[in-house]
Design a protein around this ligand. Structure first.
Ligand SMILES: [Zn+2]
Ligand SMILES: [Zn+2]
Length: 301
């Protein structure tokens, strides 16, 4: 059985909170370990409302330093202290995130009860790191008005899973079990006779904020779930170009070119009170592969 791997949206609006929508924030659950992606200012309210166990968050990924993606961080970091957190927290973000957080924490007289590790990345190149023994993150450059990176979360190839009934049936020794797990044949029989079928490695990509940019396709190829911003509808394509954002039609195009399993959109402009036109056009082009990102909803990866 595959372990839990899902995305819950906590904030799906661009710019500021309006129409019951809030700035960008998501929580990825991988086998009950939580990874936050971006931290708009309403992140804490949603964590409480959705009863998400914040003590399970050990990593936070920040795409860029526009306020709608990181103004929730100082409040969240200090609340962790008020709740007596002692576990280390790692933040992965662009250059200057350290200066931003250390300045806010210092001038507000805040102190932390836990170790805070802030890792800065040059967003113009790719980086790979591991955040769970079975989950890797790759960052890649996005084209926005300030240094911005996207994230691909990739489940790692798990080791060969030996079939317990075969251990009994063949009375396998420890050495033989180890050999099977290494993928070797034993007793002149094929390895496949002893192992359970491999589960598919799943992946998720997060692309916000960005102009339409086909150069990201290499990094997000064949992800099971692609989150891509769709700030505007096509009528405002010129504005999208100027502000380095994406239209719905362009997000759909990126999903098609990268052969994504499903497309999840968000980062809606505040000028849209109602999102029914996004749904209509999205379903028209992608059918069930189109998902309108909504706060409080959880999407399987
Ligand atoms: Zn934004
Ligand atoms: Zn931005």
């Amino acid at each position: 059985v595959a372990v839990r791997f899902e995305c819950t949206i906590l904030g799906v609006n661009s710019a500021y909170p309006v129409h019951g929508r809030h700035p960008s924030c998501q929580v990825i659950n991988y086998n009950n370990e939580l990874i936050m992606i971006d931290c708009g200012e309403s992140a804490q309210i949603h964590l409480s409302n959705l009863s998400i166990k914040r003590s399970r968050i050990n990593h936070i990924l920040i795409s860029h330093l526009h306020g709608d993606h990181c103004f929730g961080l100082p409040g969240l970091l200090t609340s962790f202290s008020l709740q007596g957190r002692s576990k280390k927290l790692t933040i992965h973000g662009p250059l200057n995130i350290k200066k931003y957080l250390e300045t806010v924490l210092e001038i507000s007289g805040s102190y932390l009860t836990y170790e805070l590790d802030i890792l800065e990345y040059d967003t113009s190149i790719c980086h790979d790191f591991s955040i769970h023994k079975n989950l890797e993150v790759q960052t890649f450059p996005l084209d926005h008005r300030m240094p911005t990176m996207g994230f691909r979360l990739q489940e790692k190839q798990s080791e060969m899973n030996i079939d317990p009934s075969k251990i009994k049936e063949y009375d396998l020794s420890i050495e033989e079990i180890k050999a099977v797990k290494r993928g070797e044949d034993i007793r002149g029989l094929s390895n496949s006779k002893f192992v359970l079928p491999m589960t598919k490695n799943r992946s998720y990509a997060y692309c916000s904020d960005t102009a339409y940019d086909e150069s990201i396709i290499n990094y997000i190829k064949e992800v099971d779930l692609l989150y891509h911003e769709a700030t505007y509808l096509g009528e405002l394509e010129q504005l999208a170009i100027e502000r380095k954002h994406t239209t719905l039609a362009q997000a759909i195009q990126i999903a098609k070119l990268s052969s994504a399993g499903k497309l999840l959109v968000g980062h809606y402009s505040s000028r849209y009170t109602d999102l029914s036109e996004f749904v209509k056009r999205g379903k028209e082009k992608l059918g069930d592969k189109f998902l309108l990102g909504q706060e409080g909803e959880t999407y399987a990866i």
